[in-house]
Every structure is written in C-alpha cells, then in structure tokens.
Write a new protein. Structure first.
Length: 289
C-alpha cells in the first residue's frame, strides 16, 4: 500500500473542494443557489448552453437543420458553468440536474423543457423528421449509437479527461484505468467506421452529431492537452478520417463556434441569435472577453 493510500470513512462527508479546474462548482447537493431568470429571445427554440462537447452536439444539430432548409431558428444563450450560471433558479427550472445544455421548445401552445443532450437531439430529430430514420432497424441502430455515446463519454470526460488533464495531481492508477477504457471505446468506433461511412451506417445522423464533439475532437487533438498523442489517436485511422470529414462540414464548423468561450477569438460566438452573428459578433469582431 502506498503512503498516500486513502481509507474511506464509514460515512462520507463533504469537507473541502475536490480540487482541479471545476472544484468551485462541484457540490453534493442539487438545486438553485441564487435567483436568476433565463432570457428569452424571439425564436421558437431557446438554448441555454456552453461550447463543451455536450453543448456542441446541439448547436451542430441546429446548424445542420438550418442548412437542410428546416425552420429551426434558435437563440443560444451562454451559460458559464465555471461561474455557476447553471445554479440559477431559471436554469434549474429548465434542468433540475443543473447541467448544460438545456432547451425550451416554445414552438407549440405551451413551452416544453428538454434537457440532456441526447434527449434534445432526439426531440429535434423527431420534430423535424431529420437525421433519424422514422422506423425500423435503421432507426434502432442510430439510437443504439446515440445511447452508446451517452453511456461511454463519462469515462472519457469525467474519467480520463479529469485524471489526465484537470486533476491537481497525477496518479497512475486512475489514468491507466480510464486510458484503457477510452482506447477500447476508440477501437469500437474505429472498427465500426472501417465498415460504414457514418457511425450508424451510410447516412449522417444524430449519432454522428453526438459522438463527434467528444471522440472526433479528441482524435483531432483538441481535447485534454496532448491527449491525442498520449492515446496514439492517429493509429485509429478510420475514426480519424470520419472526424476530419465531419470537421469539414460548414454546419459543424458553425455549431462548434456557438457558446464557445475558449480558443481563437474568431472561433468564439458567445451568443447566437441570427445567422449573421457568425459574421459580425464573434469575439474578434466585438472585442469582449
């Protein structure tokens, strides 16, 4: 047993922050910490999010819907999770789990809240009849991969990403544990994409939109520092080729910019209320932090 081995108490109690980049917002209870109403724009869909992988899933979906000619205009409001915006009373009403993204669909007679990124993708796909087969085996295959992503990505983000990149100290055991799992997941995708153009088959679907922000950006070297090198991402050639194909899509490029607060200023569109915002309101244009 190592000198820093931890013996859990009989009953755990929250005594101090856990450390790392997000320590200030992690807590063992739910609910609002302050009163803050959510803003409402003029479009049918109100998105409250941030440009993390889960947020990018939904903004890519909206931009793909618009590019395909659907009446899917939306307002995207920035929720700064590092500052605790997700604990405002309005956001908690939209999502009691206090995680981005959350959406309010105001296109019908009464507002409908939709939370969890996979649920939002499914809601929009069914509403517009797009990027999801209507029935049969093809629909089930898309949902297989959508829910695969929802179950697998926490091992990538909260597991590997945290211990490899964000944790205040590096420990071999959790890094080895989660690296092994993430590489297994990458191998699952690589083998699937060796036989199919897109994740669920020959068509581009919400499964691709769900998986790309996590695993696509990972193999493209955009997540967790030098993680792509550490994971030998280039060896997953089919996965990387798929990631590059999607990365070249204009709606994906736009979706990746929305609610983004890091990276190059010209890639950051903190809020999106009209298509013209991509040309006039990125951070390099308005010069705000």
């Amino acid at each position: 047993m190592s000198d820093d081995s931890y013996t859990p108490p009989k009953v755990w109690q929250w005594q101090e922050p856990s450390g790392g980049r997000f320590a200030s917002i992690n807590r063992p209870v739910s609910g609002a910490t302050h009163d803050a109403e959510l803003p409402v724009g003029e479009h049918p869909f109100q998105l409250y999010s941030m440009g993390t992988p889960n947020g990018v899933k939904v903004t890519v979906m909206f931009e793909e819907l618009l590019a395909a000619g659907h009446d899917a205009e939306y307002d995207a409001w920035l929720i700064r999770i590092t500052e605790g915006d997700q604990f405002g009373s309005g956001f908690v009403e939209a999502n009691p789990n206090s995680k981005i993204p959350a959406m309010v669909d105001r296109s019908g007679d009464a507002p409908v809240r939709v939370f969890e990124s996979g649920s939002i993708l499914l809601h929009l796909a069914e509403k517009f009849g797009a990027f999801l087969p209507a029935s049969g085996a093809a629909r089930t295959e898309v949902l297989n991969w959508l829910f695969w992503q929802m179950g697998s990505a926490p091992y990538l983000g909260g597991g590997f990403g945290h211990f490899y990149h964000y944790a205040p100290e590096k420990w071999q055991y959790p890094i080895d544990r989660f690296t092994m799992e993430v590489k297994r997941q990458m191998d699952v995708l690589d083998k699937q994409l060796a036989e199919h153009e897109f994740v669920a088959g020959s068509d581009y679907t919400i499964a691709d939109m769900a998986i790309w922000p996590w695993y696509g950006n990972l193999v493209l070297g955009r997540q967790y520092g030098d993680a792509a090198t550490f994971l030998d991402a280039d060896s997953y050639s089919h996965l990387k080729a798929w990631a590059e194909r999607l990365d070249a899509r204009a709606p994906v490029q736009r979706g990746r910019m929305v609610n983004r607060t890091m990276g190059e200023p010209h890639e950051q569109l903190h809020e999106r209320h009209a298509a013209s915002d991509f040309d006039t309101k990125t951070q390099d244009k308005i010069g705000e932090g």
